[in-house]
Design a protein around this ligand. Structure first.
Ligand code: F6R
Length: 369
């Protein structure tokens, strides 16, 4: 049942190219546009939406943080992202023209379900992005877009996360399509680029052995920090969450720009710091900023582990370890940069002798409050 792998998590990481491809399958028309009639949200209703609020927990929340960038860029609509456990206990300003997007792999997370009910009581439309067919959340939502990751057994979310990202991108592009905020040929071009992602993920998986070696070399460490900017920031949060839950290590993700506001005080000789670097060609400003962040922490003795685009030689002098990933547009980068971080956490935890499928104190679906 584990398909020859020692753990479900390893199998599920390996399944990601297929999972991403399946989530795109059947949703693209012959002329490269989107056909999402399955949403059951008529185009007129989507045209009336004025604000989007994304609500989720854990890894699904990280997908939401990335989705915000795509939604705002492509559909031109303001988008807020909030933890379900916070959202449900305050009085968020929701109206009939707010679209609430709830993201949940299991479709049973109690806080997310309660947030959905809260939103519907205020007459907002709720769209669920979910992996489990017929679960409570999709049943109660006004509209559903299923991710086609297939069953995710390991407690730590991997393939579900990547397919949530794809589903979010599809929603963002669909909003752009029905609202006319992006030229059709740009939409088709972006979908075409999304369709190349499974091959890029396969390439990352084929070249991931050095990441495993690196992870094994760090079993004695007590703490690992993760830094990113823009869409790299939620990827840093996700890398840290994986390491916490699987390897039981202190791990924290920061927005790299926040370093000087406090976290840089944590940097001491030998501290491993993972940095996610944006594309130099597409984001020259951000790229320059993060390269100086790497220099700052290295000057203080940090062991820098740099995830950067293939061919980005500017980071080579400052990287103690360099993990090169295929070049994709910035907004799609999390689909490739997350993969080595999953492998890193899984390998480090395994090297410590932990069962990565059943981390202590955690349940696959959190149906309690
Ligand atoms: C982390 C993880 C959890 C879940 C969270 C939400 O690897 O799996 O953080 O992402 O409990 O679960 P769902 O998406 O089922 O609502």
């Amino acid at each position: 049942e584990k398909g020859g792998y020692d753990y479900f998590m390893l199998k599920e990481i390996a399944e990601q190219p297929r999972a991403v491809a399946d989530t795109l399958l059947g949703r693209v028309t012959a002329d490269g546009m989107l056909a999402l009639d399955e949403l059951r949200l008529p185009a007129e209703e989507l045209r009336d939406v004025r604000k989007i609020v994304v609500v989720a927990c854990g890894t699904s929340f990280h997908a939401g943080l990335i989705a915000k960038h795509a939604i705002e860029r492509w559909s031109g609509m303001p988008c807020e992202v909030e933890l379900a456990s916070e959202f449900r206990y305050r009085d968020p300003i929701l109206t009939r023209d707010t679209l609430v997007i709830v993201i949940s792999q299991s479709g049973e997370t109690m806080d997310t379900l309660m947030a959905l009910r809260h939103a519907r009581e205020q007459h907002s439309k709720v769209l669920a992005i979910c992996n489990v067919n017929g679960a409570t959340i999709p049943r109660e939502a006004d509209a559903v877009l299923y991710t086609h990751a297939g069953p995710e057994i390991a407690v730590a979310s991997t393939k579900a996360f990547l397919t949530q990202l794809v589903a979010c991108y599809l929603v963002a592009l669909y909003l752009a399509q029905v609202r006319g905020t992006m030229p059709d040929r740009e939409i088709a071009r972006t979908i075409g680029l999304l369709e190349t992602v499974p091959a890029h993920i396969s390439e990352v998986l084929d070249t991931v052995e050095p990441v495993r070696e690196l992870a094994r070399s760090l079993v004695g460490e007590r703490c690992v920090l993760f830094l990113g900017r823009h869409v790299g920031y939620p990827v840093a949060l996700e890398g840290a969450l994986k390491l916490k839950e699987l390897a039981y290590m202190h791990a924290e993700g920061f927005a790299a720009g926040e370093l000087k506001h406090g976290p840089i005080a944590l940097i001491e000789p030998g501290l491993p710091v993972v940095v996610i670097v944006p594309s130099a060609a597409e984001q020259p400003l951000l790229h320059g900023k993060i390269v100086s962040n790497i220099q700052e922490i290295r000057a203080r003795g940090a062991k820098t582990i740099v995830i950067a685009e293939q061919g980005d030689i500017s980071v080579v002098p400052y990287a103690d370890s360099l993990i090169a990933v295929p070049a994709v547009p910035t907004l799609l980068q999390p689909l490739v940069t997350t993969v080595p971080l999953q492998v890193f956490a899984c390998e480090l935890a395994t090297a410590k002798g932990h069962d990565v499928d059943q981390p202590r104190n955690l349940a696959k679906s959190v149906t309690v409050e």
